[in-house]
Design a protein around this ligand. Structure first.
Ligand SMILES: [Zn+2]
Length: 201
């Protein structure tokens, strides 16, 4: 009790001294309008690249779900991880927090939203264009699970993946997993080039 009350006095004193010195310090005592603008914060958070698909931003991927700024200037960014247990998630969280604090936001909170789960359908048209530009076949529409029990499918779904380099549909999967688990390796029979393909989920 004694400790708590003396701590609270110390903190009050500190706040008072900060406020009185506000006119000569670069840190304003009140949060400036620029830092309560959610649009600005969102724009900054939107520029963070995905660690696994660095040609895409977290906004292109649809991983960045929401950015809000509280009255006290706290930025709350909500992310939905691409794949459950995706090791890149910790990196994404840290990157968004770092980008926002570099931009001057003193209080940044990163929230993780798991429901609804991320789907490749959330990749923006701009994101799909960037993937193809980098020789990666963008995902097709994600399969919509029917309500009720999930059927166990033992044979892989047959997919038509167009070659991102020459456009030919004469392609084949060479490996279910590429450099990262979200991509498969494919090969084009027409131009003989291997390419990666972002699997739809
Ligand atoms: Zn090709």
């Amino acid at each position: 009790m004694v400790t708590a009350s003396s701590a609270s006095i110390a903190s009050t004193a500190l706040t008072a001294s900060t406020a009185s010195a506000a006119s000569t310090e670069s840190t304003p005592s009140t949060v400036s309008a620029a830092f309560t603008d959610a649009g600005r914060a969102r724009q900054i958070a939107s520029t963070v690249p995905d660690p696994e698909l660095p040609m895409l931003t977290l906004a292109d991927l649809g991983v960045l779900r929401d950015v809000e700024v509280g009255a006290d200037g706290t930025v709350v960014a909500t992310l939905t991880p691409t794949y459950s247990g995706c090791p890149a998630m910790a990196e994404m969280r840290a990157a968004v927090a770092a980008r926002l604090s570099d931009a001057g936001y003193a209080r940044v909170e990163i929230r993780t939203l798991l429901d609804p789960p991320w789907t490749t359908d959330w990749i923006s048209p701009e994101g799909r264009r960037k993937l193809a530009e980098h020789g990666i076949a963008p995902p097709g529409p994600a399969p919509r699970p029917a309500p009720g029990p999930v059927p166990l499918v033992l044979s892989p779904t047959r997919r038509e993946v167009a070659c991102p380099l020459c456009g030919s549909a004469d392609t084949e999967e060479t490996s279910r997993f590429g450099a990262t688990s979200c991509k498969a390796l494919w090969r084009c029979r027409a131009c003989r080039e291997p390419f990666e393909y972002v699997k739809e989920i």
